[in-house]
Write a protein that binds this ligand. Structure first.
Ligand SMILES: [Zn+2]
Length: 207
């Protein structure tokens, strides 16, 4: 793995792996963690050329089976919610350092946690936004959308490996902002998610 040695302090060294490698690893990680999208469809989409049609769901993979077991439904296009998430990312990263994916999701869903309080996010501009989420009502759905934004390359994420004493390594992931023209790219695609029918609107969602 190509490593760029970025900083060096007395007892720890921060290593930032090559961005393209990080992106590929994250894509695989996201593929593995996907719960309801048919894996055959996902692979077909990944290798599709422009104009290629998407095959039907296979009905056999673990995700297709989960869809049946959990009685999932297709949610409406979440494009407005995704655009709001982009604003949350922009707002947070403009005023705070070391923003994690969890921070973005917690602020976006207006979570009231000790972590949010201690990091000063509850009084932040991003947290005070009054947008009413329509589709991404749960933290799980919000995280899926954030992961998709990262996989699409519209939200920038870095992974820092820190070498500590005694050969220990820690890994921290930070959100660094959005790319130029990201809003138009978000508008140009559909953001359709699947969720169990039993799922109710999140209590943390502002009315
Ligand atoms: Zn399938």
């Amino acid at each position: 793995m190509k490593i760029n040695n970025s900083t060096s302090i007395e007892d720890a060294i921060t290593l930032v792996p090559d961005h393209n490698i990080q992106q590929k690893i994250f894509e695989v990680q996201t593929f593995c963690s996907t719960k309801y999208f048919c894996r055959q469809q996902l692979i077909a989409k990944h290798y599709a050329w422009d104009g290629d049609s998407t095959p039907e769901t296979c009905g056999k993979c673990d995700n297709c089976v989960s869809c049946i077991e959990d009685n999932v439904q297709e949610l409406p296009n979440a494009v407005d919610d995704v655009l709001e998430m982009m604003e949350t990312v922009k707002c947070l990263t403009a005023h705070h350092e070391n923003v994690t994916p969890k921070d973005v999701v917690d602020v976006f869903t207006h979570a009231k946690t000790i972590d949010m309080e201690s990091k000063g996010y509850i009084s932040s501009e991003a947290y005070k936004r009054t947008y009413v989420r329509k589709v991404l009502v749960s933290k799980d759905l919000a995280l899926q959308a954030l992961n998709d934004l990262i996989v699409c390359g519209l939200v920038k994420q870095v992974c820092e490996l820190k070498r500590q004493k005694e050969r220990q390594m820690t890994c921290n992931t930070y959100i660094r902002g959005v790319v130029d023209n990201a809003v138009q790219s978000v508008r140009n695609r559909s953001w359709v998610y699947l969720a169990p029918c039993r799922q109710k609107r999140s209590k943390t969602s502002k009315q």
